[in-house]
Design a protein around this ligand. Structure first.
Ligand code: MG
Length: 469
């Protein structure tokens, strides 16, 4: 064999091996994307610097908003914790999953119920696709063994089973404001199905959530994963670790936000270091609006009216951010999106199957994420407990019942004539147009009635899974 033939053969072999290598690396790139859902507790629409707060600094979250999509009309399906979390994980309004009733709004340490096991969560949906699934943070969908995250599709759980202010020695504003110490709330910290610390050391809890999240991502760098990261702050009582205390001009609330923001920065740099940032969808949002009765310890809804517990915009419109370099087309989206839409959107991006035996209220937003097309969502129902208080269709929102946040001066008003706002012109809900537009009110009524029929079509749902408190 002469020399030139040998060189030719070597070149050929080298090019085959290069091709195989590049096919392997292409296969890695094309694998199903990882999904991280960061779900804040009681963070208001106005509590990020990228959403207009003048003194809270959130550079890492802001980067996701600027390099990804910042949604300015993004809603959570309930203005309180448990139903909001159930809706996000199932893509269904709380009323359909047993979490919309008078007695079922929020779980407490004495509650005996939880998210019904028959419900299919994003974790279960993705587990069927071979994903590793983890939840790090606050669960709040039932703390008894049969309702824990490990029974709802999660391989790994680290966090608290209900809110960080529960199981307290007493409840009252002074408890939150007078130098709170962690022993005042007997909150358990769990790993999988075991209580590993009680009371949870809330000074270090944010830091530990981040560390666990980084470890989970690193362990699963070679296989698709779903990480649900519901940080238990900025729900009061507020605690920050030593390195963040007294660092923000917004006070303790700002310290706590800085620590969460730094944690999110660590998570993103972990994705970059592992070279999986382009294969990972990161979603950032909040479970409900700010808890205004907590005064300076509560957040801000910015220009929106009222906060947590209400069906005014401040109770249910929250920051919405989607980030995935190379896939999510950067920009500001003022079309509607909701936490209900995460399940179908994630299904579409990962190739998972949406549960077909039940009504899913979410819609697939993936085309908006990729191509900035018009959002397929044009309607949204604002529930309080089991009642529809308000409805939005495109730019118009009608209120049928209004009520201030619970506790204190709680006033429910069933309105003789609904209020009508053009929510695009008037996000603060100041200027009522019901007299000028009876035809729009009529249209909104039809929509509500049509929706109610879909609830009537599953009448046994709530009875089937009685949840007591
Ligand atoms: Mg909350």
């Amino acid at each position: 064999m002469n020399r030139s033939v040998i060189v030719l053969l070597c070149t050929l072999l080298l090019s085959i091996s290069c091709k195989q290598e590049s096919e392997t690396s292409n296969a890695t790139v094309k694998r199903s994307p990882n999904v991280i859902v960061i779900f804040m507790d009681d963070l208001g629409y106005g509590d990020l610097s990228s959403f207009g707060h003048p003194t809270i600094k959130t550079p890492n979250i802001d980067r996701l908003a600027y390099e990804g999509q910042k949604w300015t009309s993004f809603y959570t399906a309930s203005s309180v914790c448990s139903p909001s979390r159930g809706a996000l994980l199932t893509g269904r309004y709380p009323i359909r999953i047993g979490l919309g009733g008078e007695k079922h709004r929020v779980f407490f340490p004495e509650s005996i119920g939880g998210l019904p096991s028959a419900e299919i969560t994003i974790a279960e949906m993705l587990k069927a696709q071979g994903y590793r699934t983890g939840i790090i943070g606050k669960w709040h969908l039932g703390h008894l063994p049969e309702y824990l995250p490990t029974k709802q599709g999660f391989d790994y759980y680290f966090g608290i089973p209900y809110s960080n202010d529960m199981n307290g020695v007493k409840w009252g504003l002074d408890t939150f404001f007078d130098t709170p110490n962690i022993n005042m709330w007997n909150v358990p910290l769990m790993e999988n199905e075991t209580i590993i610390e009680r009371p949870a050391n809330q000074h270090t809890i944010t830091k530990r959530y981040t560390e666990k999240a980084v470890a989970f991502i690193t362990e699963n760098k070679n296989n698709p994963f779903f990480l649900y990261l519901p940080y238990s702050m900025v729900h009061t009582p507020l605690f920050a670790s030593e390195s963040f205390l007294n660092t923000s001009s917004r006070g303790l609330f700002g310290d706590v936000m800085s620590e969460v923001d730094a944690g999110i920065g660590q998570i993103i740099s972990t994705l970059e270091k592992l070279q999986i940032d382009k294969e990972t969808l990161v979603v950032f949002t909040s479970d409900n609006g700010p808890w205004l009765m907590m005064l300076e310890h509560g957040g801000s809804a910015g220009l929106l009216k009222d906060g947590k517990g209400t069906t005014w915009e401040g109770g249910m419109r929250v920051p919405g951010i989607f980030y995935m370099p190379g896939t999510v087309h950067p920009g500001i989206i003022d079309d509607m999106g909701t936490t209900l839409d995460l399940l179908p959107t994630i299904a579409s991006l990962t190739g998972a199957s949406i549960p077909s035996d039940r009504i899913i209220d979410g819609v697939d937003l993936s085309a908006v994420l990729k191509d900035k097309v018009t959002s397929p969502r044009s309607q949204f129902l604002y529930y309080r407990k089991q009642e529809i208080y308000a409805v939005r269709n495109r730019e118009y929102k009608a209120h049928y019942t209004t009520e201030t946040a619970y506790q204190g001066n709680n006033q429910k008003k069933v309105l003789d004539k609904p209020l009508l706002f053009n929510i695009n012109h008037d996000p603060s809900e100041k200027y009522n147009h019901s007299e000028e537009h009876p035809e729009i009110l009529k249209e909104l009524n039809v929509l509500v009635e049509k929706y109610k029929e879909s609830i009537i079509s599953v009448p046994s749902e709530l009875d089937k899974y009685p949840i007591e408190e």
